[in-house]
Design a protein around this ligand. Structure first.
Ligand code: ZN
Length: 273
């Protein structure tokens, strides 16, 4: 599933070809995504040059003077910029034809993604965006913010950092990895963490996400290749998916438990209860 680093990598991959291009027409072959694609609204949004391509949480926001196009990649979505004569394949559900002889193509085998048009001056007023917590790589997310959120909750710390009202974009992989690097057991009740621990955890969350975005940078050329699988890249992980394997720090076998219906991987020695 595309997580925040993959979405940010996608933004960086498509931005050079999209910036200041004008979408002329949308071709919707399959409107049944997570929510029905409003083809009429999409056509009305076309016709003005794209000014900015931003990311908020896992949403890409393409903005022009008419409004905003919000794109979510869901479970299996990807975007590429291709020449307009590139034949569409089975799961290529939407094309945005640009005035520079290219198109933005959306591919999504499982169709859990979203294409939503928002006609407002501020894209962040959209209901899906208006309630979100801070971006993990912004200054607004820091140890103090995390400590304040922890004080109000007895939930397991891993569940808390995956709550988009606390901080956006910390998916399961990154929550596991950040807690390992911080030496914090994933089931620790949030309100028992010290300010020093929340400082460390905020820092390791930033570290794992920034490193993943850096690794994604090696795949940017895939966004203009017809046969590429853009936005997905191999990562070096310490604990995620490593149940039974030795901890890279101390050699103790990594254990697994379920928290909030998600698998949690941890080293019982490096991350004591
Ligand atoms: Zn260990």
């Amino acid at each position: 599933m595309p997580e925040l680093p993959e979405v940010e990598t996608t933004r960086r991959g498509i931005a050079p070809a999209l910036g200041h291009a004008t979408p002329q027409k949308a071709v919707v072959r399959q409107p049944r995504l997570r929510w029905p694609v409003d083809s009429d609204a999409l056509q009305r949004w076309c016709g003005a040059p794209i000014n900015t391509i931003q990311r908020r949480s896992k949403y890409l926001i393409l903005s022009n003077d008419k409004g905003h196009l919000l794109i979510h990649l869901g479970m299996s979505g990807s975007l590429r910029v291709l020449p307009q004569d590139t034949p569409a394949q089975k799961h290529d559900h939407i094309d945005l034809l640009l005035d520079n002889s290219h198109l933005l193509r959306y591919t999504d085998p499982r169709r859990f993604g979203a294409w939503l048009v928002h006609f407002d001056t501020d894209p962040l007023t959209h209901p899906l965006l208006s309630q979100l917590g801070p971006e993990p790589l912004s200054e607004a997310f820091n140890g103090d913010h995390l400590y304040a959120a922890c004080q109000k909750s007895r939930r397991a710390i891993k569940v808390l950092i995956m709550d988009s009202k606390v901080v956006v974009g910390v998916g399961n992989i990154y929550a596991n990895e950040a807690l390992f690097l911080a030496g914090i057991h994933p089931a620790t009740p949030a309100n028992t963490l010290t300010p020093a621990q929340t400082d460390t955890l905020a820092a390791t969350i930033k570290q794992v996400l920034a490193r993943a975005i850096e690794q994604g940078g090696t795949t940017l050329q895939d966004f203009t290749q017809p046969d590429g699988k853009p936005g997905y890249f191999a990562q070096q992980l310490n604990v995620y998916g490593h149940a039974g394997k030795p901890c890279p720090r101390c050699g103790t076998p990594i254990q697994i438990l379920t928290l909030g219906q998600r698998s949690s991987f941890f080293c019982p020695r490096c991350q004591p209860v």
